[in-house]
Design a protein around this ligand. Structure first.
Ligand code: ATP
Length: 357
């Protein structure tokens, strides 16, 4: 049985001042999952959140909540709450009143307000902080107040617009765990915006990778990492070696001037392709045993591995993550399994780029 989509975007386009910011995008959001919108600055992530929240309307296409069109339904009539990057707390109100604000507007009874606010504060581990001024709190604590203020309204969907970007790295990592855990406990849908690929991989059930107003790929973190659909996604998600190649026939690909067995099929004979190999899938060996022969150009120690930058005879750069050390200037071989090769169709945009060259 198909799972019910709580939110559906159907061929949604958004144009601001003649600029196409979202270009004919469609996707479904299901109940209880952690979604991430990932992409470079300006790709349209915040615009998607604003459309869901009801702060702006699509230029074309339809947004559905539970199967009903909501294009013209105002923000305050939607079961959605937003946590903004700057948290947007009221500085003159204490923690309790910041969290209680939405309930007071809805004219809830005092006893109910108290119970719900305390429960929300318990959820975000801020019990005992209710009388504190928000100005006396750390970045991470303010972040939690902002989340408590959003969840106290019991939204079906919580929108989070880069909520961790103001925090230092250590706190940011802690909050990633906390947010993920909070989403599991609450069981409500989170739609999280970030331009940080590691954060997206660590936290999400489902990632939408966006570029230039289009969804490039939608999938689980593992699918996006292991099977990127094009050069943009492969490049944006983690470090990769990406080369142009030719798919000679099923299971046989040519790149760097050589032929290799691979596990990919379903391409046209002799179709030009992009080939990805992750640096951690390359092993150092002798020149004779290597599938590729390279020269080590530079090497950095990264704690868990050495990061080598090598060049093959055709001048292609190869990034290698290896637990074995090599010497700068050394001639070595690189070995990899057929499964390590991932073959991708060349997207139209990339194709245009080659033609220009
Ligand atoms: N209200 C607006 N009026 C005009 N243009 C806008 C408006 N809001 C957004 N844009 C434009 O739409 C594009 C996408 O903006 P959006 O904020 O959705 O990107 P983003 O992916 O969230 O970027 P960032 O990571 O930098 O926040 C940008 O080029 C932006 O200038």
């Amino acid at each position: 049985m198909e799972k019910e989509a709580i939110i559906r975007f159907e061929r949604v386009t958004k144009i601001y001042d003649g600029q196409v910011v979202l270009d004919d995008i469609s996707f479904d959001i299901e109940r209880g999952k952690f979604y991430t919108l990932l992409g470079p600055s300006g790709c349209g992530k915040t615009t998607i959140l604003r459309l869901i929240a009801g702060f702006t309307e699509p230029t074309e296409g339809t947004i559905y909540f539970h199967g009903k069109p909501v294009n013209h339904i105002p923000a305050n009539k939607r079961q959605v709450n937003t946590v903004f990057q700057d948290y947007a707390l009221f500085p003159h109100l204490n923690v309790f009143e910041n969290v209680a604000f939405g309930l007071r507007i809805k004219k809830k009874k005092q006893a109910e307000i108290r119970e719900k606010v305390m429960e929300a504060l318990r959820f975000v581990n801020l019990e005992g902080y209710e009388n504190r001024s928000v100005q006396e709190m750390s970045g991470g604590q303010r972040q939690r107040v902002a989340i408590a203020r959003a969840i106290v309204n019991e939204p079906e969907v919580l929108l989070l617009d880069e909520p961790l970007s103001a925090l230092d790295l250590k706190l940011r990592t802690e909050m990633q765990y906390e947010l993920r855990e909070l989403q599991r406990r609450l069981g409500i849908t989170f739609i999280f915006v970030t331009h940080d690929q590691e954060e997206a991989l660590a936290m999400s059930d489902q990632i939408f990778v966006l570029n230039k107003g289009k969804i490039q790929q939608s999938g689980t973190p593992k699918e996006i990492y292991d099977e990127p659909v094009n050069r943009f996604v492969a490049d944006f998600i983690g470090e990769s070696n990406i080369l142009r190649g030719v798919m000679l026939k099923d299971y046989l690909v040519e790149f760097a001037g050589k032929r290799f067995m691979c596990v990919d099929k379903g391409f046209r004979p002799n179709e030009p392709v992009d080939v990805v190999i992750r640096p951690e899938d390359l092993q150092i060996t002798t020149r004779a045993q290597g599938k590729l022969q390279v020269r080590v150009d530079s090497q950095l120690f990264r704690g868990v591995h050495y990061e080598l930058c090598c060049y093959d005879e055709d001048g292609n750069e190869w990034l290698v993550h290896s637990t074995k050390k090599a010497e700068v200037g050394e001639e070595i071989g690189l070995y990899f399994d057929p499964e390590a090769i991932h073959v991708m169709r060349i997207s139209e945009e990339d194709g245009e780029k080659i033609d220009e060259n």
